[in-house]
Design a protein around this ligand. Structure first.
Ligand code: SAH
Ligand code: SF4
Ligand code: F3S
Length: 489
C-alpha cells in the first residue's frame, strides 16, 4: 500500500508529461519535491518502454541492513520504485537491487561485501540488472574507494542525505549508461511528501528527526547521518493523520535521540498531539537517550493511555568511568535514579536496553558494574554488542583496547545476567491486548503479534486477525516471547 500527500502541483506533474513540464526541468528551476516527481515521470516512461521491449515486468528487491531508521528509509525507496513501475520481489535475482547499508559495527560491513560477492555472478546472467548501494556505509570515503576499485559492477551509489533523489539518480544512470555516485556530506533541507511503501498497513514508522549530535566516542552514526534536524510538528502530524485515514493504528516515532527533538515544541508535546489523532491507538518511540529524558516525558507517558508502556533506554555500560569515556553524559547512579523515577510513575513499564561489552579500558570491575545495573533494573530485553572499532571515531584511537579473549569471557556472563534477571515472566497468566502482525512463520495455525510492552505473542488464529487488536491470555513464557490463548475477538 502506498501513501503520499498529493498536492495540486504534484498531481499535475504526475499526470502531465507534456513538453512544458520537461522544459521547466531543463531550466533546472524546480524545487523539491516537485523536481523528484518530475524524474519519477521520466523514469516511468523509460520503464514502460523497457517493459514493452522485453515483453515482461521489471522487478526490484530492497535489502535492508541496520536499524529502524534504515528500514524506514527503505520504505521510501520502495515507494519511489513502485511509482516508476518496478514490481517488488523478495529475490536478489531482481532487475533492480538496492542494498541499504549499515556501518554501526564491523559485522554490518562484512555482510554487505558477502552479498556483493554473490551478486556479481547474478548480474553476469541478467543484462538488465541494476545494482544500487546506499545508506550509512556509503558515507565513508574508504568504502567508496573500495567499491570503485573492487566492485565495478555497482551502478548507482548514494548516501544517507539524498535518498529522496532515487528517481533522479536512476534517470541519470539510464540516460548516460555511466556509474552514478552521489554522496553528500550533509543536507540542510528535509524533503517531504514523496511516496512511501509500508511493510504493514496497520502500523508505521514516522521520522521525527534525522541525524545525531551526541558523538558517543564509539559511535559512527553522527558521522554518517549528520547533525540533528527535526521535522516540523505540522509535517509529522499531517503524516500521522494521513496514516490514520488509511487504517494505520500504531505509530512509531523515529529518531536517534527523540528526547532532543526540537521542532518548536518539545518531544512530550509532540507525543500529546499525536495521541489526539483519533484513529491512532498506539504510539511508540525510539530511541531515548537517558541524559535528557525529561520529567515532562515521564508525566506524559504515564498519563496518555495510547503511549505504549515500553521504554528502550540504552545504558551501554554500568560503569561511571566507562560512561564518561563513552561521552554518554550520565553516571551509573543517575541512570539508576532515572529508572526508579520511571518505575515509580509507571510500575508496569517494560524496560529494554543496549549494552556494549569490551569498550576500551573496561576492567573487570567496570564490567561488574554493568552486571549490577542489569540485576538492579531487570530489563525485559537487552541487546548486547561486542565493542567494534569504527575508524574515525575517538574510541578507535584509545590505546587500551580490550583483549578479544577477555571480551569472549565476559560476553556469555552478560547474556546469563540478562536472562537470569529478565522480568518478562511477570506477565504469565495476564490478559494483554495484542496487535496481530503476521501468520507465524513456522506454524501456519498460529498468528504472531505484539503487546504494548513490545513482547511477541504467538497464539491460535487465522489471517483475518492480522491488523486487529485482540485480547490474549499469556499462558507460557518461552524466554523472550510468549505462547497465548485468544480470549475474544
Ligand atoms: N541512538 C541510539 C543508538 C543507535 S546505534 C542510542 O543512542 O541509543 C544502536 C546500538 O548499537 C547502540 O545503542 C550501541 O549499543 C550499539 N553500538 C553503536 N556503536 C557501536 C560500536 N562501535 N560497537 C558496538 N556496538 C555499538
Ligand atoms: Fe550513536 Fe550516541 Fe548518537 Fe546513539 S546517541 S546514535 S549511540 S552517537
Ligand atoms: Fe546502522 Fe546507520 Fe542505523 S549505521 S544502526 S543503519 S543509523
Amino acid at each position: 500500500m502506498q501513501l503520499y500527500e498529493v498536492t495540486d502541483k504534484n498531481k499535475t506533474l504526475l499526470h502531465n508529461n507534456d513538453k512544458k513540464a520537461k522544459k521547466e526541468f531543463e531550466t533546472n528551476n524546480m524545487m523539491e519535491p516537485d523536481r523528484q516527481f518530475h524524474f519519477i515521470n521520466l523514469c516511468k516512461e523509460l520503464i514502460l518502454d523497457k517493459k514493452s521491449q522485453l515483453g515482461r515486468n521489471l522487478t526490484y528487491c530492497v535489502v535492508t541492513f541496520g536499524c529502524q531508521m534504515n528500514a524506514h528509509d527503505s520504505e521510501k525507496l520502495k515507494g519511489i520504485l513502485d511509482e516508476i513501475g518496478y514490481e517488488e520481489v523478495e529475490d536478489e535475482k531482481a532487475d533492480f537491487i538496492i542494498y541499504n547499508t549499515c556501518t554501526v559495527r564491523e559485522n554490518a560491513n562484512l555482510k554487505l561485501y558477502g552479498h556483493l560477492g554473490h551478486l556479481k555472478n547474478l548480474k553476469a546472467k541478467n543484462p538488465e540488472m541494476i545494482v544500487c548501494l546506499c545508506g550509512c556505509m556509503m558515507q565513508e570515503p574508504h568504502v567508496i574507494k573500495n567499491i570503485k576499485e573492487k566492485y565495478r559492477f555497482v551502478d548507482i551509489v548514494f548516501g544517507t542525505h539524498n535518498i529522496y533523489k532515487l528517481a533522479e539518480l536512476i534517470y541519470t544512470y539510464k540516460t548516460t549508461g555511466k556509474t552514478v555516485i552521489e554522496v553528500l556530506d550533509k543536507s540542510d533541507d528535509i524533503v517531504e511528501a514523496l511516496p512511501q511503501k509500508r511493510k504493514y498497513n496497520f502500523k508505521s514508522g514516522v521520522n521525527i528527526m534525522f541525524g545525531c549530535n551526541n558523538f558517543c566516542t564509539y559511535c559512527i552514526v553522527p558521522y554518517v547521518r549528520g547533525r540533528e534536524k527535526s521535522r516540523k510538528p505540522e509535517e509529522i502530524l499531517a503524516e500521522a493523520e494521513a496514516l490514520s485515514r488509511v487504517g494505520v493504528k500504531e505509530i512509531m516515532l523515529l529518531g536517534q535521540n527523540v528526547n532532543s527533538y526540537d521542532g518548536g515544541i518539545s518531544f512530550p508535546e509532540l507525543l500529546e498531539r499525536v495521541c489526539k489523532i483519533e484513529g491512532i491507538k498506539r504510539v511508540r518511540f525510539m530511541t531515548s537517550h537517558p541524559k535528557d529524558l525529561s520529567d515532562e516525558l515521564i508525566e506524559v507517558m504515564a498519563k496518555e493511555d495510547k503511549i505504549c508502556k515500553h521504554l528502550h533506554l540504552p545504558v551501554q555500560s554500568g560503569s561511571t568511568e566507562i560512561l564518561r569515556r563513552m561521552n554518554r553524559r550520565y553516571t551509573k547512579e543517575s541512570y539508576l535514579e532515572l529508572v526508579s523515577k520511571i518505575k515509580k510513575a509507571m510500575p508496569d513499564i517494560s524496560l529494554t536496553t543496549d549494552i556494549i561489552v569490551g569498550f576500551p579500558g573496561e576492567t573487570e570491575e567496570d564490567f561488574q558494574d554493568t552486571l549490577d545495573v542489569v540485576e538492579k533494573v531487570g530489563y525485559d530485553q537487552a541487546y548486547t554488542f561486542i565493542y567494534s572499532k569504527r575508524t574515525g571515531t575517538p574510541a578507535a584511537t584509545f590505546d587500551d583496547q580490550v583483549d578479544e579473549a577477555v571480551i569472549k569471557e565476559r560476553f556469555p556472563r552478560l547474556l546469563k545476567a540478562v536472562n537470569d534477571n529478565n522480568n518478562i515472566k511477570r506477565y504469565e497468566g495476564l490478559i494483554k491486548e495484542v496487535l496481530v502482525e503476521d501468520i507465524n512463520g513456522q506454524d501456519q495455525s498460529l498468528v504472531s503479534g505484539k503487546t504494548e510492552e513490545n513482547i511477541t505473542v504467538h497464539f491460535k488464529g487465522g489471517s483475518d486477525l492480522i491488523g486487529q487488536f485482540v485480547n490474549v491470555r499469556l499462558t507460557e513464557c518461552k524466554g523472550f516471547y510468549y505462547i497465548g490463548d485468544m480470549e475474544d475477538k
